[in-house]
Each structure stands twice: as C-alpha cells, then as structure tokens.
Design a protein around this ligand. Structure first.
Ligand SMILES: [Zn+2]
Length: 131
C-alpha cells in the first residue's frame, strides 16, 4: 500500500496507542471513583490483564458511565490488530481502501466513508445534525 508519510502506519499506531492510554486512564479513574466494590475490583483486574476487550466480563456491574470509553477502546484495539496483521486501512465491509484523510482524522476507522454512511443510514443515525 502506498501511504503518504504523515499517514504512515507507524504514526497512526503511535496515535492509537496514546489515545488508548488516555482512555484507559479515564476508565480506571471512573471505576475507582465508584462506590461499588465490584467496579473497583474490575478496575484492578483490567489494569492487571491489560485486555480491555474482556470488559464484557463486567457482567452485572453498571458500566453505562464508561460504555463510551469501552467501545472506543474496542475500536482502537481492533485497529491495532489490523495494523499487526496488515489489514489496516482497508474497509472491513467492502475491502476497498479507506481514504487516508479519513484515517488521519479517525485512526481507528474500520469502514470507508461510503460504508460508514450506509451503516449509519441503516441505523437511522444522522451524524451531521447536532440534535
Ligand atoms: Zn467500504
């Protein structure tokens, strides 16, 4: 793949890892601030294993406050995996190359613009409106 310098995978990987670190910090802080001992133990456990995809194991704990962060983490982990196995920058839906400009704005993107729009239309999400 012929990617421009600013968008080389190394740079994007660095950005993804930084973003991941920030997200983890936020999630851990939120969990630690909780009064629920279950959530605090989850925070400790996740910090140990470092595998945040298992956040699904959170089970009955109320994780609504960190749901957004967790889903962002999953996207980032998936993107890092794609970098590792050489499929990064390729739309996971139609297999065409994702516009590098899109990746520079959203390094964890897994869909090309066309697929993303189709996906959002299906789900009835209108991103260009603020309400
Ligand atoms: Zn696509």
């Amino acid at each position: 793949m012929n990617t421009p310098d600013v968008l080389n995978e190394h740079n994007l990987e660095t950005r993804l890892r930084l973003e991941r670190k920030e997200l983890l910090k936020r999630v851990q802080m939120q969990l630690h601030c909780s009064d629920d001992p279950q959530q605090i133990s989850i925070a400790n456990h996740l910090a140990d294993v470092g595998d945040w995809v298992i956040a699904d194991l959170l089970g009955d704990a109320d994780i609504s406050m960190i749901e957004h962060e967790l889903s962002a983490l999953r996207e980032i982990d998936a993107a890092l995996k794609r970098i590792a196995n050489g499929t990064y920058g390729v739309c996971t839906s139609c297999s065409s190359e994702i516009d590098p400009r899109r990746l520079s704005v959203q390094p964890a993107a897994r869909l090309c613009v066309a697929c993303k729009e189709a996906f959002e239309k299906r789900r009835g999400i209108v991103t260009h409106q603020t309400m």
